[in-house]
Ligand binder design. Structure first.
Ligand SMILES: CC(C)(COP(=O)(O)OP(=O)(O)OC[C@H]1O[C@@H](n2cnc3c(N)ncnc32)[C@H](O)[C@@H]1OP(=O)(O)O)[C@@H](O)C(=O)NCCC(=O)NCCS
Length: 153
């Protein structure tokens, strides 16, 4: 039977994941968090093979709401050959299970996707996240359009 197993990411697993990731090493260094950076990452193994990853960092909201923390999803990636098997869904649901018992409990989960990430945007919608459109200008003048996604815990 196909089975998904969750493993918390340490420095060694992070390094191994990065070798097969579609993101660059610099991006992965920035977005794969471990406990020492006030966050965590989980790898989903599918039939004993690392298939997907999700990375969370905890951060305070800004003044005057700095007594609230949010869990920010900084990274979610499923390897090509494992897509559409429910792995990203399972990773996001696992994150909610973990956050639900964290003390103090985070107020919300938040994420960001550019508009070209159609698969991900559909998945956020399916999981009941709310969308807030945004855009910003890069130094060279190029506009990046996307959405912030939020869900109350
Ligand atoms: C986005 C991603 C993480 C989804 O992972 P996954 O494990 O395949 O997702 P799941 O199997 O859990 O979910 C499937 C759902 O995703 C959405 N989806 C997947 N492929 C899609 C496609 N080609 N078109 C539209 N929606 C799609 C649908 O909502 C689908 O549900 P449905 O089959 O009931 O319609 C994966 O495609 C990926 O790693 N993409 C590249 C990295 C990336 O874009 N990360 C997000 C950065 S913000």
């Amino acid at each position: 039977m196909d089975a998904i197993k969750f493993i918390e990411v340490n420095d060694q697993l992070k390094g191994e994941w990065m070798k097969g990731s579609q993101w660059s090493e610099a991006i992965n260094e920035r977005v794969i968090h471990t406990k020492k950076e006030n966050g965590f990452s989980i790898i989903a193994e599918y039939n004993h093979t690392p298939a997907g990853i999700i990375s969370i960092k905890y951060q305070e909201l800004i003044n005057p709401l700095e007594d609230l923390i949010e869990a920010y999803i900084d990274n979610i990636e499923v390897k090509n050959q494992f897509r559409n098997k429910g792995i990203a869904t399972a990773l996001i649901k696992r994150v909610f299970e973990i956050i639900n018992v964290k003390q103090p409990k985070p107020y919300q989960v938040r994420a960001w996707s550019t508009i070209d990430k159609v698969e991900m945007l559909n998945l956020w919608k399916k999981l009941g996240f709310c969308f807030s459109s945004t855009s910003y200008l890069l130094k060279e003048g190029r506009e990046i359009k996307g959405y912030y996604l939020t869900k109350k815990i």
